[in-house]
Design a protein around this ligand. Structure first.
Ligand code: ADP
Ligand code: MG
Length: 245
C-alpha cells in the first residue's frame, strides 16, 4: 500500500503559497492511480513531492516503510520528459543508475527495454534530434530501467499527437504489466485514465481530491457498457467543477 498521509507542500519563493494542504489517500500496491484536475491545482507539485525532489510535511509510506528516494527505487517521467540535451539517449537512461552506482546489468536491461519500445537505433542520438514520440519512449525506458517500486508520471502522453499517444499507451501498458509498479499518473485525458488506471482521482485547487473511484475497465479497449460512459461523464463533470473553484 502507498499511503499518503496529511502531506502539505508550501512554496516560499515569491510569497508563501500552500499548494497542497494535508492531502491523504491510499493506493493499493501494484495498481495505477490517474489524477486529473485543472491547470495550476498542484498535480506536478504532488508528483515532485512524492519523487522526493520537493520537501513536504506529513508522511508517505510504501508497504509500511517510509518512502525514502535514497533507498526506494522511484521512476519519474516529469512533464516534458526532462531529458538532458547534452547527453545521448543511452547516457540519459543510465544517468540515474550511475548516480546510484548500479550500472551492472543495466546495459543489458536497457537494450531489451529499447528493443521492446522500438528505439534501439536511437541510443547514440541526442534528445534534440528526436521526435516527440521518440522522446516519450526514451522517457519510458529511463523510468522502467531501474525497476521502480513507485512510478510517477506527469502528463506522459499530453505532448503527443493522437496516433503517437495511442501507441505510447499500448507500449506503456505492456511494459507496466511485466512488473506492475505502483503508479501515480497525472493526465488530462479521461480516456487515458479509464484505459490505464485502476483508480481515478480528480484534484481541485488547494490540492485535495474531489473524486476518487475504482475503475473496473483498466486495460479494456472501448468498453460498451453504459456504466463506462457514466463513469467517464462523472469524471468529466468533476474536472469541470474543480476548474470552477
Ligand atoms: P499543475 O501541475 O496542477 O498545473 P503545479 O503543481 O505546477 O500545478 O502548480 C501549482 C501551483 O504552485 C501554481 O499556483 C504554481 O504557480 C505554483 N508553483 C509551482 N511551482 C512553483 C515553484 N517552483 N515556486 C513557486 N510556486 C510554484
Ligand atoms: Mg503540471
Amino acid at each position: 500500500m502507498l499511503e499518503v498521509k496529511d502531506i502539505s507542500v508550501t512554496y516560499k519563493k515569491g510569497g508563501i503559497q500552500k499548494v497542497i494542504d494535508q492531502m491523504s489517500w491510499p493506493l493499493e500496491t501494484g495498481t495505477v492511480l490517474a489524477v486529473a484536475g485543472p491547470s495550476g491545482c498542484g498535480k506536478s507539485t504532488m508528483i515532485h513531492a512524492l519523487a522526493g525532489i520537493l520537501p513536504y510535511e506529513g508522511s508517505v509510506t510504501l508497504d509500511g516503510a517510509g518512502l525514502d528516494p535514497k533507498t526506494c527505487s522511484i521512476g519519474l517521467i516529469p512533464q516534458n520528459y526532462g531529458l538532458l540535451p547534452w547527453k545521448t539517449v543511452r547516457e540519459n537512461c543510465l544517468y540515474t543508475a550511475k548516480i546510484r552506482g548500479n550500472t551492472r546489468d543495466m546495459e543489458t536491461h536497457l537494450s531489451s527495454l529499447c528493443k521492446e519500445l522500438g528505439i534501439q537505433e536511437l541510443l547514440d542520438r541526442y534528445p534534440g534530434t528526436l521526435s516527440g514520440g521518440q522522446s516519450q519512449r526514451v522517457a519510458l525506458a529511463r523510468a522502467f530501467l531501474m525497476d521502480p517500486k513507485l512510478l510517477l508520471m506527469d502528463e506522459p502522453f499530453a505532448a503527443l499527437d493522437i496516433g503517437a499517444a495511442l501507441t505510447a499507451r499500448e507500449l506503456f501498458l505492456r511494459i507496466w504489466k511485466e512488473k506492475k509498479p505502483t503508479t501515480v499518473m497525472v493526465t488530462h485525458g479521461v480516456e487515458d485514465a479509464l484505459y490505464l488506471a485502476h483508480w481515478i482521482a480528480v484534484m481541485e485547487r488547494g490540492g485535495s481530491f474531489n473524486f476518487f473511484a475504482a475503475n473496473p475497465w483498466q486495460g479494456i479497449k472501448r468498453p460498451s457498457e453504459a456504466a463506462y460512459g457514466d463513469l467517464a461523464r462523472q469524471i468529466t463533470e468533476k474536472i469541470i467543477k474543480a476548474d470552477e473553484i
